[in-house]
Design a protein around this ligand. Structure first.
Ligand code: ZN
Length: 88
């Protein structure tokens, strides 16, 4: 969907500038986490995912396939669902 929506403009912008936009959106997500505005938080999550998808499209990565291959309904490290790894 993001490819159909934005690939023409993403192509003109290029991967480096798209990555800069993604970093900006991640910062905005961090700022939204500090407020109690759930709607703003929801919007920032959507923006981050949208920019990740745009960058993946530019780099010819099928994002959905990449995620499902790495996380095939189980943890890639311990191979369990739910994960039993010990994170810090
Ligand atoms: Zn695990």
């Amino acid at each position: 969907m993001m490819q159909r929506l934005y690939f023409h403009s993403d192509s003109r912008r290029g991967a480096e500038k798209t990555f800069s936009w993604l970093k900006e959106e991640i910062n905005e997500l961090g700022e939204a986490m500090e407020s109690t505005d759930t709607e703003a938080l929801k919007n920032e999550f959507a923006d981050v995912i949208a920019w990740v998808a745009s960058l993946a499209n530019l780099l010819e990565i099928n994002l959905e396939r990449a995620v499902l291959e790495k996380y095939p309904n189980r943890c890639p490290k311990c191979n369990l669902l739910p994960c039993r790894c010990h994170f810090r």
